[in-house]
Design a protein around this ligand. Structure first.
Ligand code: LMR
Length: 394
């Protein structure tokens, strides 16, 4: 049997992580995988997480199973964090998942169960694993224009034109905030226009939100997802706590299905629990429990939000620093988009050859599509990267 296996394509982002580890150069710079790093290059355990872990260690009396959809208190806390008061709690079905990727995977499975003919529209570009999982599940994928390689902003007219080719029941995958990999995001007016189109054509929105709090702030970053959930009859939302709680390896995510009435909610809730049972039974609990403790405790929550805000502002400072240095070196504003992008990433919009050149010549690791992780920089490496970008002729 094993001889029938074919070797599978390696994930580009994870391959880059490996290559970086193996590079012996001391001055190498990791701008690859989407993991936050502070100025010392460390991915810290957040203060509130440490405090919650301590409390949990003291107070937890059992490790017995919780429930197929995870702890309802986790769902409640996360729904409130993401959706605020945008929808009736009674209309939202939710299940804990192993990370945001688990939520994405379960959402695709639900789509396939509910409407096997549905196509999923993804932005050009999107997180490569979206496409990989869709292909794996044999779900037809359609790419819609998103990133304007000239302005490095959103090609909104192209996006709308392409979404108009979707048919009733097709699913439109949108990034809630901090678009991965581009860093270019929709504004409130554009979100509303997308919503109008979704409703006119009977399209189903699916929102991947993995970086809430990394863009313009916790509330601001939820604007799009709240508008969609409040104004569309059905919405799928895949959320991750990996980045904003810094608990990557704990695999903490949530899949939400927002229906337009409580009847729909009950069936959705049962379906989400069923899907968990089929794929891995009970979802991981540790990270979800920490998140619940933090969100439900005033002091822990305030400390978490403060640290997240420091992180966000630090990334904005790095963005501005890089844009300013490039302005100084080139005498032009053509890199000002870096300061306008939001979240952990910016897509430089250059060729894989030049990305490779910067890796070989300067030990700078960014994803081949020219996505750079802003959080991989610090005050010392910003001028080094800027010089490398100019030297490579980007
Ligand atoms: C990324 O885009 O780098 C992160 O979401 C990590 C991953 O799993 O790819």
């Amino acid at each position: 049997m094993f001889e029938n296996l074919k070797s599978q394509p390696a994930d580009k982002i994870l391959m880059l992580m490996q290559a970086f580890r193996e590079d012996p150069r001391e001055n190498k710079i990791d701008l690859g995988v989407g993991v936050y790093k502070n100025a010392e290059g460390v991915t810290p355990v957040m203060r509130a997480i440490k405090a919650a872990e301590h409390k949990l260690w003291e107070e937890q009396t059992t490790k017995a199973y919780v429930g197929l959809a995870g702890d309802p208190a986790y769902s409640d806390a996360m729904i409130k964090l993401i959706l605020g008061d945008a929808v009736e709690r009674g209309n939202v079905a939710a299940a804990a998942t192993p990370g945001g990727t688990g939520a994405v995977r379960q959402a695709f499975e639900l789509i396939k169960m509910a409407n096997p003919g549905a196509r999923v529209f993804v932005s050009d570009p999107t997180w490569p694993n979206h496409v990989s999982i869709l292909n794996y599940l044999n779900i037809e994928t359609v790419v819609y224009r998103y990133f304007d390689r000239e302005t490095r902003g959103v090609n909104f007219d192209g996006m709308i034109e392409d979404l108009k080719t979707a048919q009733k029941g097709d699913v439109i995958l949108l990034h809630g905030c901090c678009h991965n990999p581009t860093g270019a995001n929709l504004n409130a007016v554009q979100w509303q226009e997308v919503i109008n189109l979704l409703n006119e054509r009977g399209l189903i929105p699916m929102i991947d939100i993995a970086y809430q709090g990394f863009g313009d702030g916790l509330e601001e970053d939820a604007l799009g997802v709240r508008l969609v959930a409040a104004n569309c009859p059905e919405t799928l939302i895949a959320a991750s706590c990996s980045k904003n709680f810094g608990i990557y390896r704990e695999r903490t995510g949530l899949l939400m299905a927002v229906a337009n009435d409580a009847g729909g909610q009950a069936l959705n809730q049962q379906t989400l629990a069923f899907l968990n049972r089929q794929n891995y039974s009970f979802p991981p609990d540790h990270g979800a429990r920490l998140v619940t403790m933090i969100l439900n405790d005033e002091a822990l929550r305030a400390d978490w939000a403060a640290e997240l805000e420091e992180t966000r502002l630090g990334m904005l400072t790095l963005r501005q620093g890089l844009a300013d240095e490039l302005q100084r070196l080139t005498g032009s504003d053509r890199f000002s988009f870096i300061a306008q992008h939001r979240g952990m990433f910016s897509l430089l919009g250059t060729t894989p050859d030049l990305v490779e050149k910067m890796r070989v010549d300067n030990g700078i690791y960014m994803v081949g599509d020219s996505r750079l992780n802003i959080a991989g920089l610090n005050a010392k490496t910003v001028p080094i990267l800027a010089q490398a970008i100019v030297d490579a002729g980007v």
